[in-house]
Ligand binder design. Structure first.
Ligand SMILES: Nc1ncnc2c1ncn2[C@@H]1O[C@H](COP(=O)(O)OP(=O)(O)OP(=O)(O)O)[C@@H](O)[C@H]1O
Ligand SMILES: [Mg+2]
Length: 550
């Protein structure tokens, strides 16, 4: 995905790769792109003639009526074998013959493709077969022969032209009024990135028909359409979040590191010669703010937050998991700049391990993901979280994948004060009947002292429970309400002490502390047991050590 589609296609066709497979639902756009590249003698010599096949039209020269006798795949493959001039044969929707979990492949068709590919490869005339379908199943027989190629979603320029054409057509027909300037067109087009041309057209149409008026406010209509469509795809979801950076208590190091990278996707950053940040991996004790940080960052940066559900990548048809991850990556790139939030990234490995003989798939999916992380140039900032680090394979932690691995430990005393402040301020502001408890230093001290070993989530829960106590007696909130709730809570750090110690030992040598150094002063962690990890010494950072290179 590092390369442009036309560039990759030109390279592969010139190098005479005999079989390419492209997964996309955008037949018109992809065919246009293929014809533009291979039908242009300046780009590809010798210039190729383009032929197409679909089961409805049959085999045809591009733009010509098809031959009805060649509507079966076997007849089409025979016609393709008979071509004697330099050519590219584009076959649409052959996937039903290539098999799936539910149905075996058609062995004759698979064999005919294999024979054709051999024949093309051995022949002197350059010929290429391109398979295009919305689902990409590759039967085992073809796996080593096929090259998968990604077709990106339309970019902003394409969408802007599309929208501009629609505006012109509809205003001329008297069906639309608009005062949208270039700026407005651009914003609407940008709101539609991540959609196919067809989906974008529908989203624009919806914005137009609502009141026969097109204004900048219609950005919300388009954005809502996009949210629906992206969710329908199953693996990605656009999350709207109003969490601010100030809503995070503590985690000073992580916040500073992230804040410094604000704007790194802008052109201005290039003037500083900065590489686009890849992203961070956050691990840590449950309930201490991993998900919260992902949400807060996207809103602090003003970037859309796209959540990738790793569990849902794995499912369905053979080959579908790999296609799902490619689709997810492609969509995220099209929406860029954005934050791609992958919660509990290790879950996919668990699925791979327990899934029925699916470990190869899981390895390939993560291979695809990791090489994308390594090579990506698009401004997709990945915020991945992991709870069960034992499930993370070492390649994940290698340099070049994530910019940094942060460990979010239980909050220190000073951080607990911060977290209490955040939640108390929020509750008191939301509920006038709670009264005007003064959040003084001694109050925060008392609360922080009573909550050693509490996670942020447990602190929040204590505050909420205390508010219920006050509500129950229809009175104002007092500090003792909180202290009582705290006394009634057995924190996770007690019930899961062993797991947490193991996590800390792991993080000690591999991750950087999310808390600021000054917040960690005087903070005692349980003695770490001696561990002898087999890791790349380059990646070793010490949690308690130097202030991180934020
Ligand atoms: N540092 C913090 N500052 C303020 N609130 C916090 C903090 N950490 C946790 N919380 C509160 O606890 C809730 C749960 O935190 P969050 O979902 O971020 O935890 P997590 O680290 O993602 O946990 P999990 O591993 O269970 O997914 C947050 O919505 C927030 O209200
Ligand atoms: Mg979480």
């Amino acid at each position: 995905m590092a390369e442009d589609f036309p560039v990759s296609l030109r390279r592969l066709v010139r190098a005479r790769f005999p079989l390419l497979s492209i997964s996309t639902a955008e037949e018109t756009r992809v065919l246009g792109s293929i014809a533009a590249v291979v039908g242009d003698g300046r780009q590809v010599t010798p210039q190729r003639r383009v032929f197409t096949w679909s089961t409805s039209a049959g085999f045809a020269a591009l733009g010509q009526p098809g031959n009805p006798d060649s509507r079966t795949p076997l007849a089409a493959l025979a016609a393709a074998a008979a071509l004697t001039m330099p050519s590219v044969v584009v076959m649409f929707d052959l996937h039903p013959w290539l098999g799936s979990n539910a149905a075996p492949p058609d062995t004759q068709v698979v064999r005919a493709i294999k024979d054709l590919v051999r024949f093309y490869k051995d022949g002197t005339v350059p010929r290429t077969l391109i398979l295009i379908s919305p689902v990409q199943n590759v039967p085992a027989e073809l796996e080593s022969l096929v090259t998968l190629l990604d077709f990106p979603l339309p970019d902003e320029t394409f969408l802007r032209d599309l929208l501009q054409r629609m505006i012109t057509r509809n205003t001329e027909a008297g069906a639309l009024q608009t005062d949208l300037g270039d700026d407005g067109v651009e914003r609407l087009a940008q709101a539609a990135t991540g959609l196919t041309a067809y989906e974008a057209e529908n989203a624009f149409a919806r914005a137009m028909v609502a009141d026969a008026h097109l204004t900048v406010d219609d950005v919300t209509v388009v954005a809502e359409e996009k949210r629906q469509i992206i969710r329908k795809s199953g693996v990605l979801e656009v999350i709207s979040s109003s969490v601010r950076l100030d809503d995070i208590g503590g985690l000073g190091n992580l916040k500073t590191w992230l804040t410094k990278r604000n704007g790194s996707w802008l052109g201005e950053a290039k003037a500083y010669g900065l590489p686009a940040p890849k992203g961070v991996l956050m691990t840590g004790v449950p309930g201490c703010g991993k998900s919260l940080t992902a949400k807060a960052m996207s809103s602090a940066w003003g970037l859309p937050l796209i959540r990738l559900d790793i569990g849902r990548i794995f499912g369905g048809l053979v080959g579908a998991s790999e296609q799902n991850i490619r689709t997810a990556i492609r969509t995220a790139e099209a929406v860029a700049p954005c934050v791609l939030w992958i919660d509990e990234i290790e879950k996919g490995f668990a699925a791979g391990a327990s899934g029925a003989g699916d470990s190869g798939t899981s390895a390939r999916v993560f291979g695809t993901f990791l090489s994308w992380m390594q090579e990506k140039t698009a401004s997709v900032f990945v915020m991945a979280t992991a709870n069960d680090i034992d499930l993370l394979p070492p390649e994940f932690l290698r340099k070049g994948r994530f910019d940094e691995i942060f460990f979010i430990d239980l909050p220190t005393r000073s951080e607990r004060r911060d977290i209490f402040r955040v939640h108390l301020v929020a509750r008191l502001a939301a509920g006038p009947a709670l009264g005007d408890l003064q959040i003084t230093e001694p109050v925060l001290d008392a609360l922080a002292d009573a909550t050693e070993g509490f996670s942020g989530a447990e602190i929040e829960q204590a505050v909420i429970s205390a508010c219920f106590d006050a509500f129950n007696e229809r009175r104002t909130l007092v500090t003792d309400d909180m202290l009582r709730e705290i006394g009634n809570t057995v924190p996770l750090s007690v019930t899961q002490a062993e797991e947490i110690t193991a996590l800390r030992n792991w993080a000690d040598v591999r991750a950087v502390a999310a808390s600021a150094a000054q917040d960690r002063e005087g903070y005692t962690t349980p003695p770490a047991e001696v561990v002898t990890p087999a890791i790349d010494p380059d990646t070793v950072r010490h949690r308690g050590g130097r202030p991180v290179d934020a």
